[in-house]
Design a protein around this ligand. Structure first.
Ligand SMILES: Cc1cc2nc3c(=O)[nH]c(=O)nc-3n(C[C@H](O)[C@H](O)[C@H](O)COP(=O)(O)O)c2cc1C
Length: 173
């Protein structure tokens, strides 16, 4: 799938078939995350890839919105070092850059017709236990991957988005 088609086909997928993701496709998705841009190229991310069913089932308990991770073919835990309290600039950069890495992975997945979905993490202790994270890291969110069980990824002609002419201001506000 071309990039423009992948952009228009991606949607949050929350139910997956049992089909495994081939290793080379998972590697392509991770490579897309690794190549993401970041402030001063600090690359604040680590990615923990999980495909064991029991681990996915446990990860699904980290937040009320993460339940569907249990049925994913794999999940990538996006991991970083916490920011010192009060360092708002660094915090903004951290989340911006983690978001860029996440979106790169999601688009790479869509290009392979692999569905993806975000899940925020509330229970850091549980995430730390399942993922074996060192004490100086945390996991702000998970990205679930797999083949959509409801319908394959295809062009979304009418996305649920604010209209372009409302969002875009040309020349001035
Ligand atoms: C930072 C962030 C966190 C999100 N967390 C969750 C989540 O915990 N559970 C969930 O089901 N969806 C989550 N989503 C998915 C959004 O609800 C979804 O992207 C949005 O509704 C637009 O739908 P679409 O991605 O299908 O276009 C999250 C999205 C973002 C960007």
């Amino acid at each position: 799938m071309e990039t423009w088609e992948a952009i228009r086909s991606r949607r949050n997928v929350r139910s997956f078939t049992d089909q495994q993701i081939p290793d080379d496709h998972l590697d392509e998705i991770l490579e897309a995350g690794r190549r993401a841009p970041s402030a001063l190229n600090w690359q604040p991310w680590d990615f923990v890839v999980v495909d064991a069913r029991e681990s996915l089932t446990e990860l699904a308990k980290v937040a009320p919105g993460a339940g569907y991770v249990a049925g994913a073919a794999a999940a990538v835990a996006v991991v970083a070092a916490p920011v010192e309290p009060g360092d708002d600039g660094r915090l903004r950069r951290l989340y911006f850059d983690l978001g860029q890495a996440t979106m790169s992975m999601m688009l790479a997945a869509a290009g392979l017709r692999i569905g993806s979905g975000h899940a925020g993490v509330d229970d850091q202790d549980l995430a730390r236990k399942v993922l074996g994270l060192p004490a100086d890291k945390f996991c702000p969110f998970l990205v679930a991957f797999g083949y959509p069980a409801d319908r394959t990824l295809q062009l979304i002609r009418r996305p649920q988005r604010r209209p372009l002419n409302e969002v875009v201001h040309r020349g001035h506000w």
